[in-house]
Write a protein that binds this ligand. Structure first.
Ligand SMILES: [Mg+2]
Length: 346
């Protein structure tokens, strides 16, 4: 089978600048991949590269030809497991680039079968989740306003970025602006283990579902120290990148935060979900700031998760790709009326 492929790099401005403990982003770059088969069926995927993990749009563009050559060489786009394996053997790093190809091929296969991707995975579209909507760091009053806007827009689950010298004030303010919301907080590695224990002690009264990545990923003993002393559940994100990390974090957190752009493909994410469960962890699927060209695929795994943090496209000013409907953050797979991931570029 001969396949036509194309690669398109896009700069996407955010609705407003997004700040976490490590820095501010005003614009994100994604690389959209299209793979078309002999019948004219087109699979769409994208990379949302993260510099924290060593990738940029330029590195994605640089390795995509080699990854697409692997697809050509395997010769059968339905052999998704083999293709993901061979891509990883060929380009060990660059997980976002591999994920772009994985998503495009899964979209193509589901379209060829004329089913939405969740049905290809055998999942129940009614057993879906509400994604969190993230409140980035800002001055406390602006964070209060953003929270009020999010509640007004119907978001019932909020994720609050922390890692400042006023974290307790921020959470107190947000909790009062969103008294009924389910709240996640994410320190993005900002605290020392002792700071984390003290801060979490003071945050516990605000009814948090979990505290994400309290300490640096490079300090696994610190994560264990916090986990053993925390009255709030602990999630691992930067500490949980690939399948091999799952057993390493199993005795030092409650929730594994997986991301397609960290792990390198949809099948690898599927394996991580089950590995995490086998280790007694709850599972969250998160994202980078991404377009629906990749977020839509992640949405189809929602019925297999405990938590979803898939607001990447909701933070964009104008996503050029339509995806799975997410009113108020609720991932509405049943409302999807087309096969594949549902990603439709303008
Ligand atoms: Mg995180």
């Amino acid at each position: 089978m001969s396949l036509e492929t194309s690669i398109e790099r896009r700069s996407l401005p955010l609705e407003r600048p997004f700040t976490i403990s490590r820095g501010t982003t005003a614009e994100t770059e994604v690389v959209i991949v299209r793979i078309e088969d002999d019948d004219g069926t087109v699979g769409v995927g994208a990379a949302g590269p993260a510099s924290h993990y060593g990738e940029t749009a330029a590195t994605v563009e640089a390795v995509l030809p080699d990854l697409l050559a692997v697809v050509e060489d395997v010769g059968d786009p339905a052999q998704l497991a083999r293709i993901e394996w061979r891509m990883r053997e060929t380009i060990g790093r660059n997980p976002a680039a591999r994920t772009a190809v994985s998503i495009a091929l899964h979209d193509l296969e589901a379209k060829r079968l004329d089913v939405p991707l969740y049905r290809y995975w055998g999942l129940d579209p009614s057993a879906t989740l509400e994604s969190s909507y993230t409140i980035g760091l800002d001055d406390t009053e602006t964070m209060r306003e953003k929270t009020a806007d999010a509640v007004e827009a119907g978001y019932g689950t909020l994720k609050v970025k922390l890692g400042t010298d006023r974290d307790v004030e921020i959470v107190r303010t947000i909790r009062s602006a969103a008294p009924d919301a389910r709240l996640f907080v994410d320190a993005n590695e900002a605290w020392t283990p002792r700071e984390a224990v003290e801060t979490i002690d003071r945050l516990a009264e605000y009814d948090l579902a979990f505290v994400e990545q309290p300490v640096p990923a490079g300090d696994p003993e610190g994560l264990k120290f916090v986990f053993e002393r925390s009255s709030v559940a602990i999630a691992a994100d930067e500490s949980c990148v690939t399948l091999e990390d799952v057993p390493r974090i199993a005795d030092r957190c409650d929730v594994a935060n997986l991301k397609l752009m960290k792990c390198g493909g949809l099948r690898e994410a599927w394996r991580m979900i089950h590995a995490a469960r086998a280790h007694g962890l709850e599972v969250m699927l998160g994202c980078m700031i991404e377009s629906n060209a990749s977020i839509a695929a992640a949405c189809h795994l929602a019925p297999a998760l405990d938590y979803a943090d898939l607001d990447g496209a909701l933070l964009l000013d104008d996503d050029p790709v339509d995806g799975v409907p997410m009113p108020g953050g609720r991932i509405d797979l049943e409302a999807l009326d087309r096969p594949g991931t549902g990603a439709v570029p303008e």
